[in-house]
Ligand binder design. Structure first.
Ligand code: SF4
Length: 267
């Protein structure tokens, strides 16, 4: 591995790179004194590679072997930078006044869950409870969604849950096209940050907006769609299921289908 690549790896792993401006100093081995044995040859060779955040001053002369180092896929400092991006995005959403929903909201509802989620669930917009609590899918519909997730072996905190709109439309009316357009960039950036394996559109309104279609839910369910090259499946909204308990069997079918799509991605 050449020196430039080695430096890139060290930097990516969060190890400060020290470059000497001076030629290396020849180090003399301590002279053994008869009768004394403070110097232990077995411990004389310091293994700099196994000391975190310690830089090998001899590396300028003898590049350390880095072949065995893990690739810098998600080093600590990159994760920190990523969290800062999330914090900035959250602040941007909280301050947003790009559409008239800002005038009637109690607060924005950013989204909740794991930033490394494999599953991303997207609903249409906050309702009254969500607007008051600042979290998507709370109340009875939220509890049912949590149960639905549990039915396929997922904890709520393992997925990321967001909405097409970050602010509640008054009286829970449907989102308007200009509101969806104004809010689109926030959702897009969330998807790009999470890079989920699968997106689940929760309910007709979310599905129609995400897929830019007017097709009814019955036509959208049970098929594998694509959004930004990510597989997307459509499921019934839990609020609808609370009103139409007879539809729970269909909801189970939706979840089984979503699970099969997700499993096919892992093979
Ligand atoms: S709905 Fe979206 S675009 Fe409109 S004010 Fe809220 S955050 Fe901004």
């Amino acid at each position: 591995m050449d020196n430039a690549t080695r430096l890139q790896y060290l930097e990516a792993m969060g190890i400060d790179v020290w470059v000497s401006r001076y030629p290396p100093i020849a180090v003399q081995a301590p002279q053994a004194v008869e009768g004394e044995s403070h110097y232990d040859e077995s411990s004389a060779a310091v293994d700099f590679q196994n000391i975190p955040n310690v830089v090998n001053p001899a590396a300028d002369c003898h590049p350390i072997a880095t072949e065995h180092l893990p690739p810098p896929t998600r080093p600590a400092h990159a994760a920190l930078a990523s969290e800062q991006v999330w914090t900035d995005l959250r602040s941007e959403v909280a301050a947003c006044r790009a559409c008239k929903l800002c005038e009637t909201r109690t607060q924005t509802v950013f989204g909740v869950g794991s930033h490394q989620a494999s599953w991303m669930l997207i609903g249409e917009a906050p309702g009254q409870n969500e607007d008051l609590q600042g979290e998507p899918f709370v109340g009875k519909a939220g509890q049912l969604l949590t149960e639905m997730l549990r039915a396929i072996g997922l904890k709520r905190e393992e997925v990321f849950i967001a909405n097409v709109l970050k602010c509640r439309p008054p009286n829970n009316r449907d989102p308007q096209a200009e509101e969806v357009a104004a809010c689109h960039d926030f959702l897009q950036r969330q998807i790009e940050l999470i890079k989920p394996k699968i997106i689940v559109a929760v309910g007709r309104i979310a599905a129609q907006n995400l897929l830019n279609t007017q097709q009814p839910l019955a036509k959208l369910r049970g098929s594998r769609h694509q959004l930004d090259n990510i597989p997307l499946v459509v499921v019934h909204h839990p609020a609808y299921l609370l009103r139409a308990l007879t539809e729970k069997a269909k909801a189970w079918d939706d979840l089984q289908f979503a699970l099969s799509v997700h499993q096919s991605l892992e093979n």
